[in-house]
Design a protein around this ligand. Sequence first.
Ligand code: PLP
Length: 428
Amino acid sequence: MENARPVLFEFYPTLEGKVPWTPILTEIPSNVDRLIELEKYLKLNDGEIYVKRDDKDHNIYGGNKLRKFEFIFGEVLKKKKKAIITLGGLGTNHGAACAIVAKELDLKCELFLSLQPITWHVQRSLLLFHYFGAKLHFTKMFELGVLKSLLFRMCHPKYYLMSIGGSPLFGIGTPLGTIGFINAIFELKNQIDEGILPEPDIIFVAAGSTGTAAGLTAGCKLLGLKTKVYPVNVSRDIVVNPKNLIKIANKSIKYLRKRDKSIPDVQVDKDDFEMIKGYLGSNYGVKTVKGQKAVDLVYELEGKKLGFKLETTYTGKAMAAMFDFFEKEENKFKKVLFWNTYNSNDLDCYLRETKFDFEKLPKKFHKYYSKLFQCWQITKCPEDIRNKCPAYLNHDYRFWRVSECQLEESKKEEAINYLNKIIQLEDA
Ligand SMILES: Cc1ncc(COP(=O)(O)O)c(C=O)c1O
């Protein structure tokens, strides 16, 4: 386990000290694995599929956020702020990562959460935010949350406001998070040079606030790679659109060039990436047929063996887009890298420590627990059985995939029927 200095600082030593940075990632460079079973399943013709394992880049909570945080929290510490304020949906992964890192760095964390479809992931996340010490605020509408967080920041000058997803919003905000992904491409370049993977033709990545995709695109441009980034829109068009990506990417390059003039004078434009739509469903956070299928298939073919799992809001949808891409005969020879942006460390152990006591949360969140998603709730599974059962508080809502039910068959069926009724996958 090591905290590696950014590769970007090795390429451009002048940046060190001029670009804020603090060590957070514990497993860097993140591995690149080849997905041979998936290649066979998709019947590729000389094509290759790799996955960048950012899901394991931190010992508690892996994923894309941590790369952004090394630079953003670098600034928080440099400015001697006492707390971090940020925002997202009720089940925000960004919020979870933020709470965990803030706790590690001994900072307070204030999360402004807005409504999204209530799922088991949302119920888990709220309890985990609280477990890791975050203070929760709620607004029904996202736009109102933005306003409230701004007002809150005005009343607390010692607090640092990090925009949604750690990316500039409509061009406003720090590009530091995006620089985390420019650095990631420099890390990848070393792996290409070491022969771990060929220079990819394409990188598939989920886009929520677009900072990750913008950083990857800017990094490829700065290094002159032939790689084209394919961001898959899993969120609002108002945030995930080509104009916004170009704005964020170029803001980041400008920030770096201001501090080191030897950085190439390049600009990202519309030909450097291909934004993909059609995988979101009706709204952010809804489960789709294709997304769920991609999550399950990749787990069966590769994840079980390699130790990673996708999810249905981001990475499952991005993977579904990659599947469709490989359906076309002309793409079957492409070398593709899938950037895994989701955590695959176990958080169930922390959730169990909360004993699922949602009444410890502020009162306005209690109503989000009226929907029952877990078998032990539906069947009123006795404590002595549930406490020994791996399905209890497991991240997968489909308990029958996790363990053999110890209750009588009729109870199991009752729970499966109930869950099948309330969890509708959208046809997208
Ligand atoms: C698992 C996962 N993947 C991808 C993203 C999208 O990253 P970005 O907000 O930089 O577009 C997020 C954002 O929350 C995420 O949680």
